[in-house]
Design a protein around this ligand. Structure first.
Ligand code: NI
Length: 183
């Protein structure tokens, strides 16, 4: 089932998301719906707050990159209760967008390397280190669980220029190809 994506201005996007336990109701259905929603919207990552649930759950599928970079293209993951353990001091610039902030793409600095702890769908714990674009996407999605959005991380002068566009999104004056829930 395709779910509406909550856009900028919805309070749920600013909440600290809560951990979940294996008895969370219909978790597999929820995860399947999140993938369906993400694919429909042509996204490569989606966090639960973006579909209105303040829980620590995110999905990523970098399949669209498979022709340019097969290793990246095979990265598909569900992370439950992720915690960032380490971030490198070294940061790299890269362009980001977000399904909750349609029409905006900006350069964001992100740690080049991260180590993250998470549980898979069987609630087995994993600790992984990621570099480069994988690290960027994981940080972007993890940020959603902390109530942060990529536009918070844009340099101040650019952020100033974004204000009116963000206000338009809050007012629901946005057009996109997928179903949204405006504030
Ligand atoms: Ni996002």
């Amino acid at each position: 089932m395709i779910l509406p994506i909550f856009t900028y201005g919805n309070v749920v996007l600013r909440k600290q998301a809560e951990p979940i336990t294996p008895d969370y109701p219909e978790l597999n259905t929820l995860i399947n719906n999140m993938f369906e929603t993400m694919y429909y919207a042509d996204g490569v990552g989606l966090a639960a707050p973006q579909i209105g649930l303040a829980i620590r759950l995110l999905i990523i599928d970098l399949e669209p990159f498979k022709e340019d970079d097969p290793e990246l293209g095979s990265f598909k993951i569900v992370m439950i209760n992720p915690t960032l353990l380490e971030k490198s001091e070294e940061e790299i610039a890269g362009e980001e967008g977000c399904l909750s902030i349609p029409g905006i793409h900006e350069t964001v600095m992100r740690a080049e390397k991260i180590t993250i702890k998470y549980q898979d769908t069987d609630f087995n714990e994993h600790i992984e280190t990621y570099y480069g674009y994988k690290a960027r996407v994981v940080q972007h999605e993890h940020d959603h669980l902390e109530g942060h959005l990529f536009t918070d991380r844009v340099i101040p002068i650019r952020r100033q220029l974004l204000k009116s566009k963000l206000t338009s999104i809050v007012k629901g004056k946005t057009s996109c190809s997928y179903k949204v829930k405006t504030a």
